[in-house]
Design a protein around this ligand. Structure first.
Ligand code: FCB
Length: 507
């Protein structure tokens, strides 16, 4: 089949559901490598006034100091200390040493003009065993970080959970154990009691899909389990915890704004067969709505799990429809790439799901970042417009978007990461187009401020605007950092610059 015809059919395949409707030509253009389907002229002031430009990090990925000041062991410490789990045997023991160098890092963010900084609170610093009294030194650290951000004029924007479950809670069953939801709500209360006076906007979970999926089903993330049924239970406990934490925070101060951070991706069928089209729709709901629909509607998306088994598979109990609800004040969206999905009639371990999904799509033209993720800026526009259709008036914050490019310092000592500039620019143009088309986005946080510990890839993948020499902890602003500072200054992406060099860098 001609590729164009294939793409047309793939796209039309999804046009039945409003959530999934896609335009065939735009998809073909994006995949043909012509760059994003951007408007002819995008102005430098194309982002809304007051738009919050920012950066993002996660505690385990940057802090280090894994056993300092009373911090307990997390599942990531245990996983990374287990031989064979992380590339090169890397771990987060030191990472970027931001536990000690946070002032320097925040000064860099301020110098670049950031208006908002997303970071996460490490549960094992606050409750070393996952329950019981708070560790004052842990809370003090986040007070210092928060106050330093405020002094720098940067909005502090923390996430309560970026994957570092206290190991004792995993030993007691982890996320598949319902009790973990109560532990999490207790932890949320402790944190908000201590910091709710100076932080007005809170994210509950970072990417609940990823940490349950990779941690309990795929096994490539901590705690490294490979049990699809435990995974399903984990998803339900996380939904219970999301609702319970939401109410715990609001009970302390109803004016605090509370949201979640979801990894979202468009899904496309692998072929034009009816079976693959339906598989792509199942995967879409599973990937994008599994933690939103319970919060907003008190139920799971229909047509994913085998209906007569769903209650049992999730461990759903009467009353859970109220517990999982959380009337979120905003929705955080992370976007990196898109899925190609095929039907898997023999099953994939999750009863009813029956999909085979690939992120590295294997479709021409094979434009990928250094960690092998397909480059697909148009998918950013697609998922934003889809999600906005679902979440309606709720403000959206882009909580992560970025790329792995491992450009090293050149002979001149500078890091000429032109490919990252091209990648981010292409995605910002799609974001701007989505905003112009009515998607209520109020913030963009680049992943990441610093090169850091990239989970199972260890230190082999560099997502930072700032180069970190992990031997010396020296920070060097990359060309992309200077470029991003200009975007922030102009409140938009200039299309006047000569882009041939940038566009070819994406190929
Ligand atoms: C996201 C994670 C983040 C980082 C980026 C590259 O899934 O939330 O911590 O690893 O991917």
């Amino acid at each position: 089949m001609q590729r164009r015809e294939f793409l047309r059919l793939s796209s039309l395949a999804l046009a039945g559901g409003s959530l999934l409707a896609r335009g065939p030509l735009a998809l073909a253009d994006a995949l043909s490598g012509k760059g994003p389907a951007s408007p002819a002229k995008a102005l430098a002031d194309e982002f809304p006034k007051g738009f919050l430009w920012g950066s993002a990090t996660g505690a385990y990925q940057v802090e280090g100091a894994w056993n300092v000041d009373g911090r307990g062991e997390s599942i990531w410490d245990r996983f990374a200390h287990t031989p064979g789990k992380i590339k090169n045997g890397d771990n987060g023991d030191v990472a970027c040493d931001s536990y000690h160098r946070y002032r320097e890092d925040i000064a860099i963010a301020a110098r670049l003009g950031m208006k908002s900084h997303r970071y996460s609170i490490a549960w094992p610093r606050i409750q070393p065993a996952g329950k019981g009294a708070a560790n004052a030194k842990g809370l003090d650290y986040y007070k210092r970080v928060t106050d330093t951000l405020l002094e720098a004029g940067i909005r502090p924007f923390p996430t309560l959970y970026h994957w570092d479950l206290p190991q004792p809670l995993e030993d007691a069953g982890g996320w598949p154990n319902r009790d973990t939801a109560e532990r999490f709500a207790d932890y949320a209360k402790i944190v908000i009691d201590a910091l709710g006076d100076r932080i007005r906007q809170w994210c509950i979970f970072n990417e609940p899909k990823t940490f349950t999926h990779c941690g309990y089903w795929q096994g490539n993330h901590a705690p490294g389990r490979t049990d699809p049924l435990a995974f399903l239970r984990a998803t339900h406990t996380v939904n219970l915890a999301q609702g319970m934490a939401f109410r715990a925070i609001k009970a302390i101060d109803a004016k605090l704004e509370v949201g979640g951070v979801y990894d979202t991706q468009p899904t496309y069928p692998a072929t034009h067969s009816e079976a693959d089209k339906l598989a792509a729709q199942r995967w879409y709901k599973f990937i994008n709505l599994w933690f939103l629909e319970p919060a907003l509607k008190g139920r799971y998306p229909a047509g994913v799990l085998t209906p007569e088994r769903q209650t049992d598979l999730l461990g759903w109990r009467d009353g859970d429809e109220a517990t999982v609800r959380a009337a979120l004040d905003f929705v955080g969206i992370n976007y990196y790439s898109s899925w190609i999905v095929a039907d898997a009639p023999n099953g994939n371990g999750v009863p009813g799901l029956n999909t085979k999904a690939d992120w590295a799509t294997n479709y021409p033209p094979h434009h990928r970042t250094d960690n092998g993720w397909d480059i697909y800026p148009k998918g950013f526009y697609d998922i934003l417009t889809d999600m906005a259709e679902y979440t309606g008036h709720l403000p959206i914050e882009i909580t992560e978007n970025g790329a792995a490019y491992n450009t090293a310092p050149g002979a001149d000592g500078h890091v000429h990461d032109v490919a990252r500039i091209a990648w981010v620019r292409a995605h910002l143009l799609e974001l701007s187009r989505a905003i112009r088309d009515g998607v209520p986005v109020r913030a963009y946080h680049h992943w990441s401020l610093l090169d850091n510990f990239e989970w199972a890839d260890g230190y082999t993948q560099r997502f930072g605007l700032v180069y970190v020499d992990f031997a010396t902890q020296q920070r060097t602003l990359k060309d992309s950092a200077h470029w991003y500072a200009k975007v922030i200054g102009a409140n938009g992406v200039s299309t006047d610059e000569t882009n041939a060099r940038l566009e070819s860098a994406l190929r």
